[in-house]
Design a protein around this ligand. Structure first.
Ligand SMILES: Nc1ncnc2c1ncn2[C@@H]1O[C@H](COP(=O)(O)OP(=O)(O)OP(=O)(O)O)[C@@H](O)[C@H]1O
Length: 326
């Protein structure tokens, strides 16, 4: 039905299909990537170094040519309708341009002009204020702190009122305080209706911010899912049993269980699948009792996105993952 087609067109603000990239060196950096980014979401693209994150972003933003495949940004083909597609996108690249003698105001206004947009001082003022740069508007960029330079890069990317903002490693090498500040800024942008795609290898960043997570490995998207669902479906739980007396080795009776000694023998860590009907905890506690092991406390924790990511990237096979993600 037609209205359904239109609805999906409206909700996918970026649509990538069958995207391949072979660099001149012959290296294939992207292998048949399919990806849809929904309007208004924060999407985190996670992957180890060299996985193809920057290549993917650069193609969508028109900086690198694809070898084959199609990309629509805000409904515009990035090659056939380059200008329209590009003007829907703001890009904050990995590298900071730090050597500018220009003022903050001049740099950000100039960026807007590059997209052929008419001058709009009120918009530039709004952007600078929302990024807490207003009182620095007459300062030269080279005189600003690293954190402020990063904000200037974001202001430049927002100068032409894009619907979509790409942040390539937005918090690489920044301190914890500044990272939190950046996250807050990104959330505010989303509230203003901007769709945000960020690449990161800080899992914490994706865990904190993303609505959906895509995992890329060796040029292939191996998984895309809602963050909560991913954590729920692929997550395992760990139960830590704090022992009354330390233990040197596991008694023979307990060796068949997925148990590990930790904390210099003061803790037993039991790993289980939270989705299984039977977790095995009751059985574990019964066995501890039978063997005469006393414990002081029990404590359980859900595996983090980091545990899941490490598992997927280093051990996971796409076929298994599809099954799990099903
Ligand atoms: N111009 C190029 N010519 C040849 N190979 C390239 C070129 N640019 C990137 N590559 C290779 O393509 C692969 C993907 O690189 P890309 O920069 O997209 O990865 P990434 O996931 O962004 O990595 P990082 O997290 O380190 O930024 C890497 O193996 C890289 O060496």
């Amino acid at each position: 039905m037609k209205w359904q087609v239109e609805e999906s067109e409206v909700s996918a603000v970026i649509s990538v299909q069958g995207l391949n990239k072979v660099y001149d060196s012959g290296f294939q950096a992207l292998k048949g990537v399919d990806l849809e980014i929904q309007s208004g979401e924060i999407f985190a693209l996670l992957g180890p170094n060299g996985a193809g994150k920057t290549t993917l972003i650069s193609i969508i933003c028109g900086i690198v040519n694809p070898t084959s495949g199609t990309v629509l940004a805000d409904g515009h083909d990035i090659i056939k309708a380059y200008r329209e597609a590009r003007s829907a996108i703001g890009l904050v690249p990995q590298e900071l341009a730090t050597d500018s003698f220009e003022t903050v105001w001049a740099t950000v206004s100039f960026s807007r002009g590059l997209f052929g947009k008419p001058r709009n001082d009120a918009h530039i003022e709004k952007v600078l204020k929302s990024l807490s740069l207003w009182d620095k508007k007459d300062n030269k960029i080279m005189m600003l702190s690293g954190g402020m330079k990063r904000r200037v890069m974001i202001a430049k990317a927002l100068s032409h009122e894009p619907k979509i903002l790409f942040l390539d490693e937005p918090t690489a090498g920044v301190d914890v305080e500044l990272r939190r500040e950046m996250w807050e800024m990104v959330r505010q942008l989303r509230e203003q209706g901007v769709t945000i795609i960020l690449t990161t290898h800080y899992i914490e960043e994706a865990e904190e911010m993303a609505d959906r997570v895509g995992i890329i490995r060796k040029g292939e998207i191996i998984l895309v899912d809602r963050k909560e669902r991913l954590m729920q479906q692929l997550g395992r739980k760990q139960l830590t049993v704090h022992l009354a007396e330390p233990m040197q080795i596991l008694p023979a009776e307990l060796q068949g269980l997925s148990l590990e000694l930790a904390d210099e023998g003061y803790s037993l860590v039991y790993t289980y699948d939270a989705n299984q009907e039977s977790t095995g905890i009751a059985e574990l506690l019964r066995q501890l009792n039978d063997v005469g092991i006393e414990f002081k406390d029990l404590h359980s924790r859900q595996s983090s996105l980091e545990d899941i990511f490490v598992d997927l990237v280093h051990n996971g096979q796409p076929s298994q993952l599809e099954e799990v993600a099903g």
